[in-house]
Design a protein around this ligand. Structure first.
Ligand SMILES: NC(=O)c1ccc[n+]([C@@H]2O[C@H](COP(=O)([O-])OP(=O)(O)OC[C@H]3O[C@@H](n4cnc5c(N)ncnc54)[C@H](OP(=O)(O)O)[C@@H]3O)[C@@H](O)[C@H]2O)c1
Length: 287
């Protein structure tokens, strides 16, 4: 199996690259942004055709939720138009495409776990661009015969790049008081577990929209507290409401993804987030 990973230097993409290297008989290419800017349709077509992958894993994107509010055109250009370019290039090369999407396609008002088929209702510029990206990928693959997966995930942390765990630990160690929102619910998720699930789903022949995250639920404050406690640090974060925190982008208050279909397809349960966090922190401290 040969993969081409976009955004292979990013938090999630780098974990795909690492995992593919470790799987027997798998091969992977991860063009840099300079080699394959996803907003450049001809670069996408050329690089994907030359690599001739079985699957394109599309992780590249404009991922900063708050800055997206002041750059709505740019976030659309990268996420919607760039994803269309990547998907068309995959179709032309006869490759499958796994497009990484987000739990933020929902507004959180359901109040119970979101199913893949639930209607989307994005709140901010980033979220709207990710809904548009899903639509552009689906429209490109409809025009061809390419297998596709739209992978909805969220609340990621992992080894690839500075993440929420780094932020919490660095600020706590510096004695900098942390205010963390305690009214947004989701599933903290280790990139390692997303990657393993997505590669297994591809091998199992899964198609369509799939939810992939670790198990259990938390608020950002619960998650941050677990990080501080696991590190044996004393100063716990202060809980604040989203309103009092006042981030530029509106975020959904509840984006727990329903994992039943994914777990059925995989034949196993996703790892509970507290266990995943423990394993991740152990790996970091022994590195
Ligand atoms: N992080 C999360 O909690 C989360 C949650 C839900 C969904 N997602 C989705 O998961 C995917 C990966 O996110 P991530 O957290 O790994 O993001 P990330 O660490 O910010 O990585 C994004 C990657 O995209 C690349 N990129 C940006 N613009 C590009 C362009 N025009 N052409 C080519 N490459 C470009 C970046 O390149 P550089 O290396 O040059 O910066 C980077 O390697 C994204 O689609 C994101 O929307 C993330």
């Amino acid at each position: 199996m040969k993969l081409l990973v976009t955004g292979g230097a990013g938090l999630l993409g780098s974990e795909f690259v690492r995992a593919a290297h470790q799987r027997d008989g798998w091969d992977v290419e991860a063009p840099s942004r300079t080699e394959m800017d996803i907003t450049d349709a001809s670069a996408c077509a050329r690089v994907v055709a030359a690599a001739s992958p079985d699957w394109v894993i599309h992780c590249a994107g404009f991922t900063k939720v708050d800055p997206a509010e002041s750059e709505p055109d740019e976030v659309m250009r990268v996420n919607r138009d760039g994803s269309a370019n990547v998907a068309r290039a995959a179709v032309a090369a006869g490759a499958g495409i796994a497009h990484i999407s987000t739990d933020y396609v929902f507004d959180g008002s359901k109040g119970q776990p979101y199913l893949p088929e639930d209607p989307v209702s994005p709140l901010g510029a980033y979220a709207r661009s990710k809904v548009a990206a899903e639509e552009s990928v689906l429209s490109a693959v409809r025009a061809g015969r390419t297998p596709s997966l739209i992978v909805r995930t969220g609340w990621l942390y992992g080894h690839g790049r500075r993440d929420f765990v780094d932020l919490v630990l660095d600020r706590t160690l510096a004695g900098d008081p942390l205010r963390i929102v305690d009214d947004q619910w989701g599933r903290p998720t280790w990139t390692r577990n997303v990657v393993r699930a997505v590669l297994d789903l591809i091998e199992a022949g899964a198609r369509g929209v799939v939810n992939v995250s670790d198990g259990g639920t938390a608020t950002w404050h619960t998650f941050a507290t677990a990080i501080v406690e696991a590190a044996g640090l004393g100063q716990l974060p202060q809980a604040v409401s989203s309103r009092d925190y006042g981030a530029p982008a509106d975020r959904p208050l509840y984006t727990v993804l329903d994992l039943a279909a994914t777990e059925g397809e995989l034949g196993r349960e996703m790892m509970p987030w507290r266990e995943a966090l423990r394993v991740y922190l152990d790996e970091r401290s022994s590195a």
